[in-house]
Design a protein around this ligand. Sequence first.
Ligand code: SF4
Length: 264
Amino acid sequence: MAVSYKAVSGKTYSLFGSDTSTDLYFRTIRTIADSLLVLCPDPRTLLLHVQKAGGMRFKKGSDYAPDDALIAHIRKTLHDALHAYTQAVREHLKGIPFSQRFDKTIGTKEEGYHLYMLEIELVNRIYREAFRKSDYKFALLPHCLRDFRPQCKSVPGDMEYICMGCTEDCFVRLGSRLLKKYGIEPYISVTTDQERLFRRLKEEHPNIGALGIACIPELAQAMRLCINLGIPPIGIPLSANRCARWMRQAYETSFSLEELEELI
Ligand code: SF4
């Protein structure tokens, strides 16, 4: 049965843009990555340039050599192609208290979203094979996909919550079913200390791969954490950020099941 998606706007971004599907977004980010890889053929080096553009600091003695002209080109290319998806960021930033301006998620600037979008695409390309070859693969789906459902029947599992499939069109259920088909254990993410969780999992399963579904800033940051811990990550961004953290109460959101299946 074909899944129907409702075009929604998020607090800061929506991958629908002004369209009725997120297909154009995914085509756009792939085209951008392809064009930048012509200028910088090594995806890992390109990823470092993208992270440098976002303000990442590199240790003294690191092999990384910034390419200022390429970084300027990346910034310009991203803004022109992706502004349509992030038009609400500026208004959001005007409305947050000073204390949240430096929050690495809530305070992400528009350019930060664009860089994270490209980072997610590059990380998927770099780590997809390693993820697929991992002996143990798990996925974390965001709790916000179920928060607004008072009848949610999910239960605590061995690591995080597990969906019991109570509601036909719930995206957690749809995603979990697809993930299981490909041998990936799905969980609903409720733990706030992800680093501790990932360290524990890495100890229990040395050859482990992680798949994340989350809003853009949280997905990109979780991918960095996984890479630092030696866990190959891949992920799909939520179509829009609409959870209580962003909007005071949780509103329905989605992610592209087609993109997820393509990725895994
Ligand atoms: S399908 Fe799963 S996640 Fe969705 S409401 Fe039911 S138990 Fe909760």
